[in-house]
Design a protein around this ligand. Sequence first.
Ligand code: CP
Ligand code: NVA
Length: 318
Amino acid sequence: MKTLKTCLSNKDVLSLIDLSSEEILSILELASRLKKESRRRETDSLLKGKVLAMIFQKPSTRTRVSFETGMYQLGGSVIYLSTNDLQLARGESIEDTARSLSLYVNCIVARLYSHVDVKRLASCATVPVINGLSDTFHPCQILADLLTIQEHKKKLKGLNITWIGDGNNVCNDLLLGCAKMGVNIVVACPHGFEPLDQVVSLGKREGQKTGSEITITDDPSTAVRNADVVVTDTFISMGKSDEKIARTRTFLPRYQVNSKLMKLAKKDAIFMHCLPATRGQEVTSDVIDGKASVVWKEAENRLHVQKALISLLISAKP
Ligand code: CP
Ligand code: NVA
């Protein structure tokens, strides 16, 4: 593999707010190349000698394992740090944790509850910080989603994506990703569960440049008409389990993606979900396990986009 053409030069990726349309395209292009070339093992030493610290305050299957595997495949190493194992648990500040880790490692991935804490970490780290999911954003998920959509639909610009359910962390970054890549997005959510106002405003401003239209509605049936892609996520994100009963009442049955709802989308519409999924809640088994579902490709693409992202952030040979 030749040296990398572009480099994101030591920047933090806390949400897709931090990436331009061109940078997103570069990541997707490199991810596709890495996906093909990984079979030829030409990138085995791209990150030789580099170390990634991974701070996790919440559980994870895909994010943790895809980052770890990706680093190993590129010749680098990882240090997994549960927040309970760090001096953070005894009251050391996030700022001092960031300053200390920056002395040893080349990049930090953080999955924390509060996005404010992720920003505090990034503000004092002198190495790039990647948000591995906070209560408001999940940028790596959306990079993988955009790659998956591009692979299935052979383009991004002009497609129609419909999000059904909670306007949560995944939805916030999906809206920004669509706006930056010229994809139209309709978000169908109950009142009080819309994506963040600041995200919708920013998305609309970006959309004026790329042609992306952004619509927020409470009606899933109209939202899904003409959709090329239907996306949902849990109604009960990590940290929201005390709202389980109230949320289940609010979202069900109206905001469930089932075959009746999928029939209103385009005939060749695909179904996506970041996982973990609760079958019978936000999505029925026949949809997530059915022909339109691309959730396993989506999960696989976490590995490829994160390898691309880290390479562009910390590669020694930009
Ligand atoms: N989609 C996602 O981020 O999955 P994990 O919570 O398993 O990392
Ligand atoms: N919205 C979910 C995504 C999990 C990957 C959560 O925050 O729990």
